[in-house]
Design a protein. Structure first.
Length: 143
């Protein structure tokens, strides 16, 4: 097995556990699919609806990465064009942002802010809600 493949298998295993945990916590199923890990290995169904994506967080203080559910956002009434290509690029690995960007109203923060735009319903502010997004452990916490 090539090193990249081993990493992909490990990441998929970690993400599957995280997605299962997220499903238990939120009561929202990921339709039995393991989320894509930004490596373009999605099948046609996931490509059509986006599937789930893990945004890997590299931080000394935040050990969990973010599981983004296209399914949850589509169920909330959003359409692909609400975010793509205005806020996010559709290509895996092309969206780079930090928490400070979100807190400044960029990336996820366009909707997820203390006072969301009037046409945005149900978006929560990221401040004091870390565990709503940061649900997937993909590395051991630094000691």
């Amino acid at each position: 097995m090539r090193p990249r493949t081993k990493v992909a298998v490990f990441m998929t295993s970690c993400i599957g556990v995280g997605a299962g945990f997220l499903s238990l916590v939120s009561g929202n199923s990921a339709a039995g699919r393991a989320p894509a890990v930004q490596d373009n290995t999605q099948n046609e169904e996931e490509e059509e609806h986006g599937g789930d994506i893990v945004f890997q967080v590299v931080s000394r203080i935040q050990p969990r990465s973010v599981l983004y559910s296209h399914e949850a956002h589509l169920a909330a009434g959003l359409k692909c064009e609400n975010c793509h290509e205005k806020i996010f690029k559709k290509e895996f690995g092309k969206n780079h942002f930090k928490m400070k960007d979100i807190n400044k109203g960029k990336a996820c923060g366009v909707c997820h802010q203390a006072e969301p735009p009037e046409d945005v319903k149900g978006a929560f502010a990221p401040k004091d809600n870390c565990n709503r997004c940061h649900t997937v452990r993909v590395r051991d916490p630094e000691k």
